[in-house]
Design a protein around this ligand. Sequence first.
Ligand code: ADP
Ligand code: MG
Length: 344
Amino acid sequence: MTMPGAGPEPGPQQTIAYPSRLPGAERSAGGDTARASLASLRTEVAKAVVGQDAVVTGLVIALLCRGHVLLEGVPGVAKTLLVRTMATALSMDFKRVQFTPDLMPGDVTGSLVYDAKTSEFEFHEGPVFTNLLLADEINRTPPKTQAALLEAMEERQVSVEGAARMLPDPFIVAATQNPIEYEGTYQLPEAQLDRFLLKLTVPLPSREQEIAVLERHALGFDPRDLSQIKAVTSADDLAVGRAAVAQVHVGPEVLGYAVDIARATRQSPSLRMGVSPRGATALLAASRAWAWLSGRGYVTPDDIKALALPALRHRIQLRPEAELEGATPDGVLDGILTAVPVPR
Ligand SMILES: Nc1ncnc2c1ncn2[C@@H]1O[C@H](COP(=O)(O)OP(=O)(O)O)[C@@H](O)[C@H]1O
Ligand SMILES: [Mg+2]
């Protein structure tokens, strides 16, 4: 993600007036202290994790948008370490669940347990009752357990025996999966993938980065001990950030651009399924958060471009022929971004 320059100045009659938007709020982003504190997460996470900046930014965007993220990468690229470090730096409650073939829905959400002393059933909260849940290797568990997690993600509550129990706020799920070649038996259904705001790829490190990882270990870095990571931001900063993102202005030409990208995916000959309006909405929400993180009070077409791949790559389906010819979701989206006219 690159830092875009200044975009076009929106005129008053061209603007969409959100009810909460203050007059003149188009230019300045607001919430400077909160932004600085969220930005310092990067430096803090970098004390443990070498590289992977884009993943940290993606998680911050998801927190601002109340969204969830899917992290895709081979084992051993620091997915777990990164999410654990983030939780520490955010001073948030953190839980990790390893999704195995025998994991039951109640192992995620919690269940009623009989108490012989009182002769009553009592609800024991599952690991989903946390702020940041790392759902590791989500595709190794059967659909029933996946569905229980995805329902909690969507509803932000757990229903047991007719009683709804609210999950904490913030509540964000970072689910990991291995790339296609390594995939287990239970691929997430398309409709459920749509519930993730972003899909972030966690790449292998460069040679220099990998050397830096080894150097840290040689100097005694222990990934189990995160005591040198400080809490640099708080739920208050996040609340201020969310309020500021809600004030970020979106001009009609930017809305039109996001929709044109979504429509182009539906017409692409390489795709058998394009992006739904929900996907277009997700792209816009993530772009707004990114605009605010970049210090701007308005969204530019470059913000939309920067977020198009992470917001859309898991919402499209390649045609088998295209797949055989070597097409990839990212490649198809890159082509669409090149073809769709950018407003100026
Ligand atoms: N980019 C990195 N920065 C720091 N340590 C790394 C990095 N990549 C791998 N490691 C090391 O490899 C270990 C395995 O990472 P882990 O978080 O368990 O990977 P994953 O969850 O992706 O399988 C880490 O604990 C750390 O020691
Ligand atoms: Mg892991």
